[in-house]
Write a protein that binds this ligand. Sequence first.
Ligand code: UDP
Ligand code: MN
Length: 586
Amino acid sequence: MRLRRVWGRHKEKILVAGLLALVFVVMAPPKPIRDMVMREEEGVVIVDGVRKKDYNDYMYLKKEVLQTGLGEHGIGGSLSPAFDKEKEELYKVNGFNARLSDDIALNRSLSDIRHPKCKKKLYLVDLPNAAVVVPFHNEHWTTLLRTAFSAYNRSPKHLLKEIILVDDASTKDFLGKKLDDYLEEHLPIARVVRLPSRWGLIRARLEGAKHATADVLIFLDSHTECTTNWLPPLLEPIAVNYKTAVCPFIDVIDFETFEYRAQDEGRRGSFDWEFYYKRLPVLPEDEANMPEPFKSPVMAGGLFAISSKFFWEIGGYDPGLDIWGGEQYELSFKVWQCHGTMVDTPCSRIGHIYRKFAPFPNPRKDNFIARNYRRVAEVWMDEYKKYLYMRQPGWLQVDTGDISEQLAVRERNKCKPFKWFMENVAFDLAKHYPLIEPPDYCNGTIQSLANTNLCVDSQMKGQFDRLDSLGECGPNMQFQFQLTAFKDIRPLKSHNCFDVPDLKGEKAPVLLYGCHKGLGNQMWRYDMENQLIRFGGQETHCLDSSTSNKEVFVSMCDLNSQTQKWKWSFVNKDRLNNYKNLDPKP
Ligand code: UDP
Ligand code: MN
């Protein structure tokens, strides 16, 4: 009734409005397919035909925001001096401040330092479930438990099937029955598998993997902390292709304060030709695509996810690898050469305590590391193994033991040659770590011209890791240096380089710090004409010294200052004259 009356009175107006609406609908641009998100069930959306969802645990995040106390939100803490003695004792056996750890909650909160886009990222609804496998040898109680609790608390419950702690013959009492009972009561998803004797971390991981029943194996070190929503980004690339190994970003838990901080925002894993683990820059196209997973040639080793199916197809780890060492290369080469892929995933971040020092005595009498390296080289590296042996001829004296089973794995999986890996995966490795090292610019002793009896001395006398002294020149190793093709200065054959992190002040200290072969605070040039050792690309500062108190430092270059003048025992004039044209370019 009412409607008919309205129609009668406003016929024209309604027709015009209807027409306008029709025109609007016809002219409105069609929505792009990508935005056509269909609500299906709570939190599930369809993106490009694939079901994805938001895995954030908002209840847990809300609870964490309110947590207060020592170490909360990943902020560094300290103990009152009253605990100095206890602290010292626990430092000795752990290599980190375990006493401080005991005062920090097992479920401490951490701040979210991920790429901002990670917060809103959706992941596949259908993800495989995971087993967390943690080998441990004499781990400290609270750091071990924090590893397990952080993994559990921050996981979607249906995705984490089990936590397997593998006790590699620990001798600390509390790691026995007390640990079993504690887990049964407080964290029943976790259980301990015990090894009869010290098998080393590689066989411990293998044993844990054998006990696991989940689809995906996630290996963690026993002193780590998983941060918010760490699990789905590790699982998704495996759900898409089961032959993918996935590594999280590894952050730093400070060994002294337990502060949680980033190590960097991503690098590709690599190695040099003495098998030191190294890192390569992220490729520009990957940088532009952050925080999507990007390919990495070599894993750091301790923390990664791999499907159980692929892990066992490629023979797991070589069980002939003893204790530790080389396993990250073995598995990485295998993954790539045997038709898999390896990626780092920036949205999964896990903290790791890098120890201040290794607290354990050497568990073996033989050179197990050299044997491990050789096994990896002999099985996987083909003609490239010679570049290792060239630098470490001693490795050739070490017996590999039986490698027939490993060669059979390679054969069975029809794995590709190492040359393919070098050319397609680690294609820029040889640029940063040449197969054959170009000659040094200078080497030998660095003699002071202010007092020719004195030479730069690498033996540390004062502060930890600071190059601080001149000594009476002599033939000993401590007086031998090289200004390498990478434009760094280091004690002969060392992997620590002269580093000046801070130029402020009149006498900037020179540290001996891990060589990163980059430009900047580890870059030096020998100015032959003026006999100066110039620092950094700018070259405004020079290596200087005080002959009276035998100090070495960096200060503003001064052509008239004798304390800045140095003589190297060997100088490659041709190369120095061409310095600015040679890589790496200043
Ligand atoms: N580990 C082990 N057996 C060993 C040596 C190490 O189970 O013989 C464990 C250790 O507890 C840790 C992991 O393997 O969970 C890696 O060792 P570590 O943390 O000492 O190596 P780093 O991180 O210092 O390189
Ligand atoms: Mn570790």
